[in-house]
Design a protein around this ligand. Structure first.
Ligand SMILES: NC(=O)c1ccc[n+]([C@@H]2O[C@H](COP(=O)([O-])OP(=O)(O)OC[C@H]3O[C@@H](n4cnc5c(N)ncnc54)[C@H](OP(=O)(O)O)[C@@H]3O)[C@@H](O)[C@H]2O)c1
Length: 234
């Protein structure tokens, strides 16, 4: 059955690649972006009828509310809602003494709080759908237990741990409505965030993530998983 899928951060990286994969599969994609890109426009040109573009900064709640009222004019249901947009402002791994606390705040705003804003307005449409799936793109960087090896990148790691907590809270709240929540670590891939050294491309990562998302999930199955649908430690 063809699905309606909402994805944030679709102009580049994983979000763009996921959009391409689902469109090629015949699904309808509600593609949210902040900055337009030629590659996004190219997809729109190729998939005119199945792709709907919405410009929004995911930190801005009023703009998100407006986007969802536009979306409601197109569809009353969203099968899969993917919170993908994120920032990592500490790729050079500054020491604690050089930590920029404003950057940490901004990172929390985009990576932890904005996904909850998107879900606030998206959940009624997800509940109306067949699949009823919410996917928060997380990271092994947000795993506190034995996966943690970093000594800094406070904002990014802490914000992804918070996203994981949000995923569990949403699971507790919405499982009675049949909504499944996943927090997916996509692996290390060569986007602007991942850098050129990464072992796989965004398209390879997106194929892995799409395969994981499309598994037959049951409500009480694991929440935090990797690109192979394997359980991750919180
Ligand atoms: N790359 C990796 O190796 C890796 C590893 C583990 C997890 N992840 C996770 O995978 C996801 C995708 O990462 P990526 O590597 O594809 O990142 P990326 O190439 O840096 O792209 C980030 C995306 O997020 C969007 N974005 C950032 N702030 C936004 C805002 N305020 N409003 C709307 N959109 C915003 C960007 O839009 P603009 O162009 O407008 O900035 C862009 O589309 C993220 O959740 C990331 O944490 C990545």
């Amino acid at each position: 059955m063809k699905k309606t899928i909402l994805i944030t951060g679709t102009n580049r990286g994983l979000g763009l690649a996921l959009t391409k994969i689902f469109l090629e599969n015949g699904d309808t994609v509600l593609a949210l972006y902040r900055t337009h890109s030629d590659r996004l426009q190219e997809l729109k040109n190729n998939f005119k009828d199945n792709m709907f573009l919405f410009e929004v900064d995911v930190t801005k709640e009023i703009d998100i509310r407006d986007v969802f009222s536009q979306i409601r004019r197109i569809t009353s249901s969203i099968d899969i809602l993917v919170n993908n947009a994120a920032i990592h402002l500490e790729n050079h791994r500054p020491e604690l003494e050089k930590t920029d606390f404003e950057a940490i705040g901004e990172t929390f705003e985009v990576n932890s709080i904005s996904p909850l804003k998107i879900i606030k307005y998206g959940i009624p449409l997800v509940k109306n759908s067949h699949n009823k799936l919410i996917v928060n793109i997380s990271s092994e960087a947000g795993s506190i237990s034995n996966q943690t090896w970093r000594e800094s990148e406070y904002g990014y790691c802490m914000s992804k741990a918070a996203l994981n907590m949000m995923s569990k809270l949403l699971h507790n709240r919405f499982k009675k409505d049949g909504v499944k929540i996943l927090a997916v670590h996509p692996g290390w891939f060569s986007s602007d965030m991942g850098g050129p050294e990464a072992p796989i491309t965004p398209l390879q990562a997106a194929n892995n993530v799409a395969r994981t998302i499309l598994k037959e999930w049951k409500i009480d199955d694991q929440i935090f998983v990797d690109y192979d649908a394997k359980l991750m430690d919180w």
